[in-house]
Write a protein that binds this ligand. Sequence first.
Ligand SMILES: [Zn+2]
Ligand SMILES: [Zn+2]
Length: 209
Amino acid sequence: MKNLISILTASVLLLCCTGNTIHFGSSDEIPANTVLLLELNKGVSQQQLSEACNFLKENFPALKIVKGGKVQLPSSCYNGKRYRADSILRYLDQIKPDSVSKVIGITSSDISSTRTLIRKGKKMTYPDYGILGLGRRPGTVCVVSNHRMGGNAATFSKTVLHEFMHTLGVRHCTHEKCIMQDGNGSGKNMRESTHVHEECLAIAMEGLD
Ligand SMILES: [Zn+2]
Ligand SMILES: [Zn+2]
């Protein structure tokens, strides 16, 4: 594990050198608001990745975004059908380099969690429910999968922002078309969302370093 962490740190630093705007100081302090976008397994297309990156920057201009290399998820995150999102978050916790404040895992692999949803007025628990993303609230890690997005780059970018905002402490909201609405087990709200409304944005800003 130590090796992986140093590989990651090395790749972050490497990208910093070649990525022309990001520089880390030599102090031990965690650089404020530095986010590592880490591709998991096969990752996503470079276009989706850069669109998501731009969308994060549009909404949070203070962020310093670093792209890492691809990381293979351990088999312990896989249940034979899908990658468990909660296991992925634990893994990201372990490999997060000290040089960044948050890690956003990005993948095209199918991810799932146990979800309790209201269906036809009844509470139903689904032990392996496919999801778009999961983020700790508040926390330092989140994960997004484009597996269930049918190649919709806008939905991908919005989901990245949604999960990232959870890490900044933002809860689900009921404001119409806000990207922080709960999907209630469907991608519809995310697809149809148009903006981050100001209350959610204000909470997120408080969560920044
Ligand atoms: Zn959410
Ligand atoms: Zn909102």
